[in-house]
Design a protein around this ligand. Structure first.
Ligand code: ADP
Length: 283
C-alpha cells in the first residue's frame, strides 16, 4: 500500500480526498461523471484535470482580488493541496438567470423576483441573487437566514460576509464567462472556517460541475437552455431506450458503462473547450 492509499479519507461524487498532514487535505479530481442526478459508471478522460485547473485558475484570480481560498498548491494537473477546514454544511447559490429550481419556486409563488425581471423561463435577473440551501439532505432545500442563524452555524455578520464574497466572485466569473461567449446562469459555492474562525472559500469554483454555463450564441429566453458541458450526455441518455422508465433513483450509481466512445469523446472536448474559453489558455 502506498502513502496515498494509507491516507485515504473519503470519496465524494467527484473528488477523492486524502489526509495530507494536520492542516491540509489532498484533493484528487477524478474523471467521474453524473447525469440526471445519477452517477454513471462511465468516466470522461481528463475531466478531473479540467476541473482542477479551472478551480486553480479561479482561486488564483480570487487571491488577486482579495478573496481568500483554501488552495495551497497544485501538485499535479488533477491534484490540489488545500487547507483543511471546518466545512459550513450549507451550499451557497449565486443566480444571474431565472432557471432550475429558482424558476420552479417562482412558478409556485414561493419567491419574489428582483424588481423589473421579465418573469419568463431563463430571463436574466435584474440583479444577482444569493441563496442558501442544505448540503446534507437527500434533496437540497432552501434555507432562510433565520434558519441558518438559529441552527448555530453562522451569525448574521458571517452570512453577510459570505453574500458579499459570493457577489464579488460572481462579478469575476461573469467577466470570464462573457469574454468566453458563455452565460453564467447560476453556480454553487462552499465555504469553510479555519482555526482562527476566518471564513474561506473552499471546494471548487468556476467549473462546469459547479456552474450552469450556456453557450451565449444559442441563448433564447422563454426556452429550456442547453447545458454547455452536459447536453451531449443528456441528449444521448434521453434517447436510450428505457432510460427514462428505468432511470435509477437520484443519488444512485449505475453498475456498468453505457456511453458510446463518441459521446465520451465529444463530452471531453466540451470540458477542454470550457477550460480554454474561460481561461484563454491552451489546455
Ligand atoms: P460531494 O461530497 O458533494 O460528493 P466532492 O466529490 O466534490 O463532493 O468532494 C469534496 C468534499 O470535500 C465535499 O464534501 C466538500 O464539502 C469537502 N471539502 C471541500 N473543501 C474542503 C476543505 N477545505 N476542508 C474540508 N472539506 C472540504
Amino acid at each position: 500500500m502506498n502513502l496515498l492509499e494509507k491516507r485515504f479519507l473519503r470519496s465524494g461524487k467527484v473528488k477523492d480526498i486524502y489526509d495530507a498532514g494536520h492542516d491540509k487535505l489532498l484533493f484528487v479530481y477524478t474523471d467521474r461523471l453524473s447525469s440526471h442526478d445519477v452517477m454513471l459508471a462511465d468516466s470522461v478522460p481528463q475531466k478531473g484535470e479540467v476541473l482542477c485547473r479551472l478551480s486553480a485558475y479561479c482561486f488564483a484570480n480570487c487571491k488577486d482580488h482579495g478573496i481568500e481560498t483554501h488552495m495551497v498548491e497544485v501538485l499535479d494537473p488533477n491534484k490540489m493541496l488545500v487547507k483543511k477546514l471546518f466545512l459550513i454544511p450549507i451550499e451557497v447559490i449565486g443566480r444571474n438567470y431565472l432557471y432550475g429550481s429558482y424558476w420552479k419556486r417562482y412558478k409556485h409563488g414561493e419567491i419574489q423576483l428582483p424588481e423589473g425581471t421579465n418573469p419568463v423561463l431563463a430571463a436574466r435577473l435584474t440583479e444577482p441573487v444569493v441563496e442558501f440551501t442544505t448540503k446534507f439532505e437527500a434533496k437540497d432545500r432552501p434555507l432562510t437566514e433565520q434558519e441558518i442563524v438559529s441552527s448555530g452555524w453562522l451569525g448574521t455578520p458571517e452570512i453577510s460576509q459570505i453574500e458579499k464574497t459570493t457577489l464579488e466572485l460572481n462579478a469575476l466569473m461573469l467577466k470570464d464567462a462573457e469574454r468566453a461567449g458563455f452565460i453564467l446562469a447560476d453556480f454553487k459555492l462552499e465555504f469553510g472556517i479555519d482555526e482562527e474562525g476566518k471564513i474561506i472559500l473552499a471546494d471548487e469554483a468556476e467549473t462546469p460541475d459547479t456552474c450552469r454555463f450556456w453557450d451565449a450564441s444559442k441563448y433564447q429566453p422563454n426556452k429550456v437552455q442547453e447545458s454547455f458541458d452536459k447536453q451531449i450526455v443528456r441528449d444521448y441518455l434521453e434517447k436510450v431506450k428505457g432510460w427514462d422508465k428505468n432511470q435509477p433513483m437520484p443519488g444512485t450509481k449505475l453498475p456498468k458503462p453505457i456511453l458510446p466512445e463518441e459521446i465520451i469523446r465529444r463530452t471531453r472536448q466540451r470540458y477542454v473547450e470550457a477550460y480554454e474559453r474561460l481561461t484563454r489558455r491552451r489546455f
